[in-house]
Design a protein around this ligand. Structure first.
Ligand SMILES: [Zn+2]
Length: 391
């Protein structure tokens, strides 16, 4: 369909909501040709052009941190381990289903934060032009240290030469380079207990090599020691970032390093401790970690740190698509306004990825229609009427 007229009763442009009367948008060949106040359908559509009337229109949602090849809704540890051993073809089916589920939930774009087979690249290619799959920005395979955390999403690098060679090779088709800078939280002790995988010089080498080849970086990172390295190395974005502190946030603001706080996987562990069999003490750690994370998110928002909403979908209990609504709730609970949360879930990631804004004149049309304004009915976000994904 080359021309379509959309009349939205209310809309959100990625930064601001527009609620005073209807707006008419004309989409031609996948681009927003014009946008005018009032219901102009009768004038602009004529007799042959379809008119879509929607209560609310906004840019398509972005999940800035997913792993398409992992099944987040599976919460049994044995089944999750068995999943990782499946043949690549089966894992590719899973990834395809994840991209389909995402789009059905109004998520028009996901950033895949790594899989060791590079299945994310394949789904990225399949999604182009698709009416069924969310578009994919792919980090391909990440880099990690031998015998350290992250074998399911990254490959090993050892000395500087191997960092240079591996990052240069990955940069050929990875949209961003994923650096597994630290391990994960040890929930039983309520801390990140191992040392960062990369020191500052090595992290800087990853960032510099990626940049030489025209790529940004995203760092899997939690714990004060790793966060200080990530911020000083100037990575593009810090993923997870548990045990954040004001000093690191200050560096992130100064260097405009984005933060994707991914509450979902830790919140699941707290909300359903029986899945992993956590003790009362561990549940207490989880609650404290989440509360401190929320405090730092609010602080980051006030300080002007670029924020990206990402779920870590594919992690235990974090289902592709629906997790975005859950992550939004965590941010609202933290005290971030809905407008700011939706910016982090729409325009901020697109800007961070270097993609054109959407719902701007002449921009590729990437949008989500809802049955009501989420500003008056939060649940409307969970009931998408229609999506338009862009290439
Ligand atoms: Zn992840």
């Amino acid at each position: 369909m080359s021309r379509e007229v959309i009349v939205a009763a209310e809309w959100f442009d990625g930064e601001r909501r527009h609620g005073a009367g209807p707006t008419t948008l004309v989409v031609e060949h996948g681009r927003l040709a014009s946008l005018a106040a009032g219901d102009q359908a009768a004038d602009l559509a004529g007799s042959s052009v379809p008119v879509t009337r929607v209560p609310f229109l906004m840019p398509g949602l972005v999940d800035a941190h997913v792993h398409l090849f992992l099944e987040g809704h599976v919460t049994d540890n044995a089944l999750r381990s068995a999943h990782l051993k499946k043949p690549v073809e089966e894992l590719t089916q899973t990834a395809r289903a994840s991209a389909r589920r995402s789009l059905a939930c109004g998520v028009t774009l996901v950033r895949d934060a790594g899989d060791r087979h590079g299945i994310n690249h394949r789904i990225r290619a399949e999604a182009r032009g698709s009416r069924e799959l969310a578009r994919v920005r792919s980090a391909g395979v990440g880099v990690k240290r031998p015998k350290r955390y992250g074998a399911f999403i990254a490959r090993d690098v050892e000395d500087d030469a191997s960092i240079r060679g591996t990052v240069a090779a990955l940069a050929a088709d990875c949209d961003e380079i994923k650096l597994v800078l630290t391990g994960i939280i040890d929930f039983d002790s309520g801390a990140v207990t191992d040392q960062p995988q990369f020191d500052l010089a090595a992290a800087q080498l990853v960032v510099a090599t990626a940049r030489e080849h025209g790529r940004g970086t995203l760092a899997h990172c939690s714990g004060a020691a790793g966060l200080a390295i990530a911020a000083a190395a100037g990575v593009g974005s810090i993923e997870h970032g548990f045990f954040m502190n004001r000093e690191t946030l200050g560096l992130m603001r100064d260097h405009q390093i984005a933060w994707t706080p991914t509450f979902c996987p830790v919140h699941f562990q707290w909300a359903q401790p029986e899945a992993a069999g956590w003790s009362a003490a561990t549940i207490g750690h989880l609650r404290r970690i989440l509360d401190e994370h929320a405090e730092h998110l609010r602080l980051a928002d006030g300080m002007g740190v670029p924020l990206l909403l990402g779920t870590d979908a594919g992690s235990m209990g974090v289902a592709h698509g629906t997790a975005v609504g859950e992550e939004i709730d965590r941010w609202l609970e933290a005290g971030v306004s809905l407008g700011r949360v939706l910016t982090a879930a729409t325009s901020a990631p697109r800007r961070h990825f270097g993609l054109p804004a959407t719902l701007a004149p002449q921009a590729p049309f990437d949008a989500l229609a809802l049955p009501a304004s989420p500003f008056t009915d939060r649940s409307a976000l969970g009931r998408p009427l229609r999506t338009w994904a862009m290439d």
